[in-house]
Design a protein around this ligand. Structure first.
Ligand code: SAH
Length: 250
């Protein structure tokens, strides 16, 4: 079977998924590690931060490495007050929240690549395939996540996995007003900087995709502190879910 491409932005995110002997191939200054994840052939790669990096890597995984699907494993800021640091969100819908038209100091979001002009269709976002989502739900049965009871300043003893809306944009959200606006406008659960770019490329190239994000922070005024404090445990939770989801592509 062809490999699955496994993408992360940061070294801390991809590290948990590397195991066994890996063959490393360098392309465009990026290291692609060929190995196994959950017994299946996989190519693991760290993109660096942001949508363009994510798009370059996704294209290479599909074109050069012939990956049959792509899976992003990483962390995100939480937008939904119902969720806590340590919970995992899987993208049912992923949206680039920073593409569109600025009018009267407000951004009207459009599908990336669409003409962002009045009168044009402003529906946007990428949705996961229903059959893939059903297989993903099945594959997650009984998955164990690490609680955050032992981490100072946070108690989430029983983290959960939810399917929801994930927003992507080229800014780290470190602002309560923006967090509130993004949640109100998009009814979204999480915000990050790569996922919807991966989904755009994979959709265009006809390959399935899954975006997995454990909440490392809540995108407010403290998000830079939380991000650093919880990176280790939250990247581990994202990796535990990602490992389970590889079989959903079979
Ligand atoms: N301080 C970090 C910056 C990481 S940027 C450093 O020095 O490397 C944050 C990364 O985690 C991005 O890859 C993004 O996808 C995700 N992320 C986590 N919390 C986020 C938030 N509040 N807003 C946007 N992206 C977030």
């Amino acid at each position: 079977m062809k490999p699955i491409g496994i993408i992360s932005a940061l070294p801390e995110e991809i590290e948990h998924l590397k195991s066994g002997s890996l063959e490393t191939v360098e392309v465009c200054g990026l290291s692609f590690h060929k190995g196994k994840v959950d017994g299946r052939d996989a190519v693991l790669v760290e993109t660096g931060i942001g949508k363009v990096n994510a798009a370059i890597v996704t294209t290479l995984l599909i074109e050069r490495f012939d990956c049959r699907g792509v899976l992003f494993s990483g962390v995100a800021g939480g937008l939904d007050p119902a969720l806590s640091i340590g919970d995992v969100v899987i993208g049912k819908r992923v949206v680039q929240h920073d593409y569109g038209r600025l009018q009267n100091e407000k951004l009207i979001t459009f599908q990336p690549g669409a003409f962002p002009l009045p009168g044009m269709d402003s529906t946007h976002g990428f949705e996961i395939d229903d059959a893939l989502m059903a297989r993903a739900e099945e594959a997650l049965d009984g998955v164990a996540l690490k609680g955050l009871d032992d981490v100072e300043g946070a108690a989430n003893t029983n983290p959960r996995v939810v399917f929801g809306t994930i927003l992507t944009g080229d800014s780290f959200v470190n602002c309560e007003v923006t967090r509130q606006r993004l949640h109100d406008n998009f009814k979204a659960q999480a915000v990050e900087m790569e996922g919807a770019a991966v989904a755009q490329v994979a959709t265009q190239m006809g390959r399935p995709w899954l975006i997995v994000r454990c909440l490392s922070d809540l995108a407010g005024a403290e998000s830079h502190m939380d991000f650093n404090g919880f990176l280790s445990v939250t990247t581990e939770n994202a990796a535990s879910v990602t490992r389970r989801l590889v079989e959903a592509f079979d």
